[in-house]
Design a binder for this molecule. Structure first.
Ligand code: 5GP
Ligand code: ZN
Length: 112
């Protein structure tokens, strides 16, 4: 399958990795929208939230990684945002589920 995030997960193309375990990898977004912009992905390919395992186990792994990365990046005091875009209207451009962990500046709510 021609998936850029699968290629990053299996080391075929380089990325600036900040976290890795058996199930999850996280790396810096190539086009950051904030001082900290990390993409947290399962190594296994799922297109989106709509395909994720219903037992929730991969989500546990992802949220565990998010917590560790937020601590590593010193974001636990000032806060951060975690976003997963699903489908066209939400602006999902890469069809391998990813969670944007963004921080280091103020964010608006509701988003644009
Ligand atoms: P989406 O728009 O699907 O929610 O987010 C996709 C994100 O992946 C974008 O923020 C984009 O900058 C990032 N991205 C796309 N291709 C690459 C790549 O090859 N390497 C890295 N590190 N980030 C990428
Ligand atoms: Zn993939």
């Amino acid at each position: 399958m021609d998936c850029i995030f699968c290629k990053i997960a299996n080391g075929e193309i380089p990325a600036s990795k900040v976290y890795e375990d058996e199930y999850v990898i996280a790396f810096k977004d190539i086009n950051p929208v904030a001082p900290v912009h990390i993409l947290v992905i399962p190594k296994k390919h799922y297109e989106s939230v709509l395909e994720i395992d219903t037992d929730g186990s991969i989500l546990n792994k992802i949220f565990n990684a998010v917590k560790i990365i937020a601590q590593q990046m010193n974001l636990t005091n000032e806060g951060f945002r975690l976003v997963t875009n699903t489908g066209e209207q939400a602006g999902q451009t890469v069809k391998h589920i990813h969670f944007h962990l963004i921080g280091g500046r103020d964010f608006q709510w509701p988003p644009g």
